[in-house]
Design a protein. Structure first.
Length: 65
């Protein structure tokens, strides 16, 4: 009976340790995911509204040579 209690305690501690290790690994990836989401959002905005080159449409007709 004493051996079973010790094994049970060690098993619970092992499961808790594995869960904490997995949670730490997941939380370490969160900043990279947020940065990637920001870059994807910026790229999407650039895709939806491309920048017009300056001077391309100034309202004057082209000069004759």
């Amino acid at each position: 009976m004493d051996g079973a209690a010790i094994l049970f305690i060690l098993a619970i501690a092992g499961v808790a340790s594995i869960c904490l290790f997995a949670l730490k690994g997941l939380l370490d990836q969160v900043p990279d995911v947020i940065d990637s989401a920001g870059k994807a959002r910026d790229a999407w905005h650039r895709f939806k509204k491309p920048e017009v080159p300056p001077g391309a449409d100034d309202g004057e007709p082209p000069m004759a040579a």
